[in-house]
Design a protein around this ligand. Structure first.
Ligand code: WQD
Length: 306
């Protein structure tokens, strides 16, 4: 429904792939339109990305997150059932794990999300599992994303958050391109290499390729959960310095107290994805910064007005 997206991105994707995309602007909660779309296109499979994803917003407005993320997924699965579309790949998140009992997180780690956003993702994983159990032809793959960053190397498509970026990488990029004066670093007293928070940053194209692998699913069980991360952690200061080297721009910053709800450090054990869908990340932090900077230089105002 483009609530946080741009139709221009779809035109650019067609340019990059030289493939025609058929697009229907519809809301996942609108079952009638969803049924029409499935009758029209008769999809063999669904990659379910549609959801709200700002942790802080989910804390402020939980009912909106349960309605859109959980309600929307139920609406989609009901339409898939009617259309006999039996294959779903779902965009989940490492936030389902909660406080680390051990690191790196593997798929067996306990799941105890500490915010409504993470709770919606875990609920949807369980709903998909129950949906699959009721029909032997159904199958589903849950991809637990770590921290998606970067842009397509063409510089044609990339991340353009609406308003002030919640996430680190788009904020750094907006300091580099002059839209913001400095970065606020939330906490420098964590038990990490340099005291700043450490995360597992995964290039968005590596992430996309994991979805292709999941769709093929030849070595996967009917219901499979896979971590999709780089398998290593990078601190805020390390990412900032790599971005400075790449862009040649100094990124000014100030330290602020820790942000509520933040964990010190977490990263993925993605060995199961390597084993099951023959996937591993190929793009490192340097490439992530290069592609992000290329997108920002070519598109100083993102996709432009909606
Ligand atoms: C990363 C690090 C911050 C901004 C969230 C969601 C997760 C996923 C990705 C949806 C932390 C620090 C950040 C800033 C900073 N979203 N930081 N200054 O919180 O790990 O994950 O986004 O799928 O589900 O939980 O990502 O980029 O917000 O923070 O110092 O202006 O950067 O403290 O250590 P996070 P983030």
């Amino acid at each position: 429904n483009l609530c946080n997206g741009h139709e221009a991105a779809l035109e650019r994707v067609q340019g990059i792939t030289n493939c025609e995309l058929q697009f229907m602007n519809a809301d996942i909660l609108d079952s009638n339109t969803l049924d029409k779309v499935f009758n029209n296109f008769k999809p063999e499979a669904v990659i379910h990305f549609a959801g709200l994803k700002a942790v802080s917003e989910s804390v402020a407005d939980p009912l909106k997150y349960y309605e859109v993320n959980v309600g929307g997924s139920i609406s989609l699965l009901k339409t898939m059932s009617k259309a006999k579309c039996n294959n779903i790949v779902f965009s989940s998140s490492a936030t389902v794990y909660g406080d680390p009992q051990y690191l790196p997180y593997d798929e067996e780690h306990s799941t105890n999300p500490v915010n409504p956003y993470g709770r919606t993702k875990l609920m949807i994983e369980n709903i998909i599992n129950d949906w699959i159990t009721t029909d032997s032809k159904r199958r589903g793959t849950i991809l637990r994303y770590f921290n998606p960053v970067g842009a397509h190397e063409s510089g044609q498509i990339g991340e353009e958050p609406i308003g002030t970026p919640n996430n680190l990488m788009p904020y750094i990029a907006q300091v580099a391109d002059g839209r913001r004066e400095y970065l606020n670093i939330f906490g420098n007293d964590y038990d990490t290499a340099d005291g700043t928070g450490a995360r597992d940053y995964i290039h968005v194209v590596d992430l996309a390729l994991a979805h292709i692998g999941a769709l093929n699913q030849n070595k996967l069980n009917k219901f499979e959960i896979l971590n999709v991360g780089a398998g290593k952690s990078t601190t805020v200061l390390e990412l900032l310095k790599k971005f400075e080297e790449t862009s040649g721009v100094t990124i000014n910053f100030k330290y602020l107290p820790r942000r509520d709800g933040d964990l010190a450090a977490f990263w993925a054990d993605s060995s199961k994805a390597f084993e099951k869908i023959d996937w591993q990340p190929e793009r490192n932090i340097k490439k992530i910064c290069e592609d992000t900077w290329c997108w920002h230089k070519l598109n100083p105002t993102g996709y432009g007005p909606k």
